[in-house]
Design a protein around this ligand. Structure first.
Ligand SMILES: Cc1cc2nc3c(=O)[nH]c(=O)nc-3n(C[C@H](O)[C@H](O)[C@H](O)COP(=O)(O)OP(=O)(O)OC[C@H]3O[C@@H](n4cnc5c(N)ncnc54)[C@H](O)[C@@H]3O)c2cc1C
Length: 420
């Protein structure tokens, strides 16, 4: 098939690679000048295959009301006049019900573990470089209730193939000595040995180059989609911002990150993928920085070493399509470094913010749309890096009409679709 992928973030590029290696002729259009300049640029770097608890869970629900009034809270969900945000927010609250959160955990763990396998295959095949570390992820806790909840979740996930080891304070320090001087009241941790870390930007850029060189994928940068047109119940052509029309493809894949729902709405499809803004800082790594990727569970912040740089990321706020950096959201990241790794100097600081394409239940949206030649790979929220390799393989199976290796339950577009 001749396939056009819209978007060269990690989901667009892994999709292009998965399709091209099966012999499809793939063109990727991207509005920026190179791959991975938006959400796949400076994220937390965690390949957290075992982290399957969605943001929408019963534990978050009571905190939401407290966080609503706190500008530096980990998640700020506010009342909004934007009808898309209102719908997303209501669905998010509904998905905090225990039975739903449990179901979504299962879906996300299945996709996470599948992605781990597919990522290993991809790295083996392509040898792409991305400052890959396979030292697991250590979640640290200062709150007994939160720690108990996380251990119950880990027990539940263990029944589904997850693997997490509970560590006391000394065990956390032994695993990651850089934590020893922390001023946090660290009571214990959970180490997930199956998890890994790496630089999403390097990975996506290098995989794009590999796909172009070895599988003939064509990348058209500085090429922005303006509108998707349909005729006779299928996509007829793409209209670019330049005024050019693109047609002649057998199938189209929408992987435009947080902008995906904008283009679906042009086709009468209302899907609750909404931009959830996140922030990161990067600075030079020293011996006082961790080797094992660390998550501060209470602050919802992650600390990952990426080659010679250290990345700290987190926070979720709703600001529509405004991706500007607000200092009030950067300050907690800097405070987090001083709390967890007080001896780490913050030198050559880079600040970044971006919009995660988030669904209100947690799992992404992968596969068919109601239009037979339009497919989607988007809505991965906080776990797009983790789930990219698996999602791309699922998409390729769906497009080829071959059975998927894991069920698509909980990942399809219909689960949240309204057609107008
Ligand atoms: C602060 C932060 C920390 C994170 N940490 C982690 C982590 O540790 N682990 C993890 O698994 N995930 C993490 N994530 C989430 C992960 O980064 C995202 O889920 C993932 O990058 C989304 O990839 P994407 O390809 O869907 O979107 P994007 O990377 O945004 O790619 C979409 C692409 O589509 C292009 N595009 C959009 N509109 C058009 C158009 N009209 N025409 C042409 N091109 C268009 C964009 O330019 C962009 O390049 C984090 C996110 C943030 C913000």
């Amino acid at each position: 098939m001749k396939i056009c992928v819209i978007g060269a973030g990690v989901l667009g590029v892994t999709s292009a690679y998965a399709l091209a290696r099966r012999g499809h002729e793939v063109t990727v259009i991207e509005r920026t000048a190179e791959p991975a300049r938006e959400c796949s640029y400076a994220n937390g770097g965690q390949l957290s295959y075992s982290h399957a608890e969605p943001w929408a869970n019963p534990g978050v629900f009571p905190k939401l009301f407290k966080w609503m009034w706190q500008d530096d809270a980990p998640l700020v969900l506010r009342f909004s006049t934007d009808p898309h945000m209102m719908r997303w927010g209501l669905l998010f609250l509904l998905n905090c019900l225990p039975s739903r959160a449990r179901h979504h955990s299962e879906v996300m763990l299945r996709l996470g573990l599948y992605s781990r396998q597919k990522m290993a295959e991809l790295v083996d095949e392509t040898k792409v470089e991305f400052h890959h570390l396979a030292k697991g992820i250590l979640h640290v806790f200062a709150d007994q209730k939160a720690y108990d909840h996380a251990r119950r979740q880990a027990d539940f996930q263990q029944t589904l193939g997850g693997q997490e080891v509970a560590l006391d304070r000394a065990g956390c320090f032994a695993l990651e000595p850089a934590l020893t001087d922390t001023t946090m009241q660290l009571i214990g941790g959970l180490h997930s040995p199956l998890d890994e870390s790496g630089d999403i930007h390097f990975f996506t850029r290098n995989l794009a180059d590999y796909s172009a060189q070895h599988h003939g994928v064509t990348f058209r940068f500085n090429t922005a989609l303006r509108r998707i047109h349909q005729a006779h119940g299928q996509i007829s052509h793409l209209e670019l911002a330049s005024g050019e029309y693109l047609s002649g493809f057998d199938a189209y894949v929408l992987a435009a990150g947080a902008y995906t729902p904008v283009y679906l709405r042009q086709l009468g499809m209302h899907v609750p993928i909404y931009p959830m803004k996140g922030y990161s800082i990067s600075f030079n790594a020293t011996d006082a920085c961790p080797e094992v990727s660390v998550t501060d569970d209470g602050a919802k912040q992650v600390y990952t070493r990426l080659g010679g740089r250290m990345r700290v990321a987190g926070t979720a706020e709703f600001a529509r399509y405004d991706s500007s950096v607000r200092k009030v959201r950067i300050d907690p990241l800097i405070a987090g470094v001083k709390k967890l790794f007080p001896n780490a100097p913050i030198e050559e600081l880079a600040e970044w913010a971006c919009l995660r394409p988030s669904t209100p239940d947690g799992p992404p949206t992968v596969g068919k749309t109601p239009l037979p030649n339009l497919y989607i790979n988007s809505g991965h929220g906080t776990l797009g890096w983790t789930q990219a390799a698996g999602s791309a393989r699922l998409l390729a199976d769906v497009m080829d009409g071959t059975p998927t290796e894991i069920p698509l339950t909980g990942l399809t577009l219909e689960r949240n679709l309204i057609r107008l």
